[in-house]
Design a protein around this ligand. Structure first.
Ligand code: ZN
Length: 206
C-alpha cells in the first residue's frame, strides 16, 4: 500500500473506533507502518471524531517528521518503540476507554490482567479456545514518555506481549500484523476488559 492508501484505510479504522467513544477528548493515537523505518501517525491534539487524512503525519523511528504545520502525538515514541521491537507489527492502536482505565487502576498490586473462559479470546491471533489463558501486561503510567518507552522495552524482554498492554489509569495499546488484525485485537481486548469490569460490578451487587 502507498502512503495515501494506508492513510485512507487507517482513517476508516480510526473513524470506526472513535464512533464507539473509545478516544474521548482528543485522547488516543493511531499509526500504521509505512516501511522498515517509518510510520503514519495521528497528529497531536486532533479530535478523532473529525479526522482528516492530513491529520496523519509520517515519522521515522527516531521520531523525526517533515511536517511543518503539525506535530506528532506525544506518545509517538511508544508506537515507534513497538515497531522497532517487532518487524511484524504493521499497525498500533491506542484507546482511552473506561474499562481499560478502571481495571488497570483497580488492580494496583498486579502487573497484568489474565483472561480465561471467554469465547472472545479467539479474536486474538493464535488463541483457538476459550480454555486458553490470555495475559495482558500492565505498565505503570508516566508523563515522561521516553521513560514509559524504556519501561516497555525492559518488560518486553521478560514478558509475553502478543497483542497489547495496558498503561495504568490511562488506556490500552494493541497492535497486529495488518491494520485489520490490529482492529480485531482492539475490539476483542476491549470486549474482554468490559466483561471483566461488568463481572466485578455484578459481584459487588450480590
Ligand atoms: Zn494515551
Amino acid at each position: 500500500m502507498n502512503h495515501k492508501t494506508t492513510a485512507a484505510r487507517l482513517k476508516e479504522i480510526v473513524d470506526s473506533i472513535a464512533s464507539r467513544g473509545w478516544c474521548p477528548a482528543t485522547g488516543g493515537n493511531f499509526s500504521a507502518r509505512v516501511d522498515r523505518d517509518s510510520c503514519l501517525i495521528t497528529a497531536s491534539g486532533v479530535d478523532k471524531m473529525a479526522l482528516k487524512e492530513e491529520d496523519f503525519l509520517i515519522v521515522d523511528f527516531t521520531g523525526k517528521t517533515h511536517s511543518a504545520s503539525k506535530k506528532p502525538s506525544a506518545e509517538t515514541i511508544l508506537h515507534t518503540t513497538l515497531y522497532s521491537l517487532s518487524e511484524d507489527i504493521a499497525a498500533v492502536l491506542h484507546t482511552h476507554t473506561v474499562s481499560a482505565t478502571v481495571l488497570s487502576t483497580h488492580f494496583l498490586d498486579r502487573d497484568s490482567i489474565v483472561f480465561c473462559g471467554y469465547e472472545m479470546q479467539k479474536s486474538l491471533n493464535g488463541i483457538t479456545t476459550h480454555e486458553d489463558t490470555v495475559k495482558l501486561p500492565i505498565l505503570d503510567n508516566n508523563q515522561n514518555i521516553p521513560a514509559l518507552a524504556e519501561q516497555l522495552k525492559q518488560r518486553w524482554k521478560k514478558d509475553t506481549f502478543n497483542y497489547g498492554f495496558l498503561v495504568r489509569g490511562h488506556g490500552l495499546y494493541t497492535w497486529g500484523n495488518t491494520l485489520e488484525e490490529a482492529k480485531r485485537h482492539l475490539e476483542g481486548i476491549e470486549f474482554l476488559l468490559s466483561c471483566e469490569l461488568n463481572k466485578m460490578l455484578l459481584e459487588v451487587r450480590q
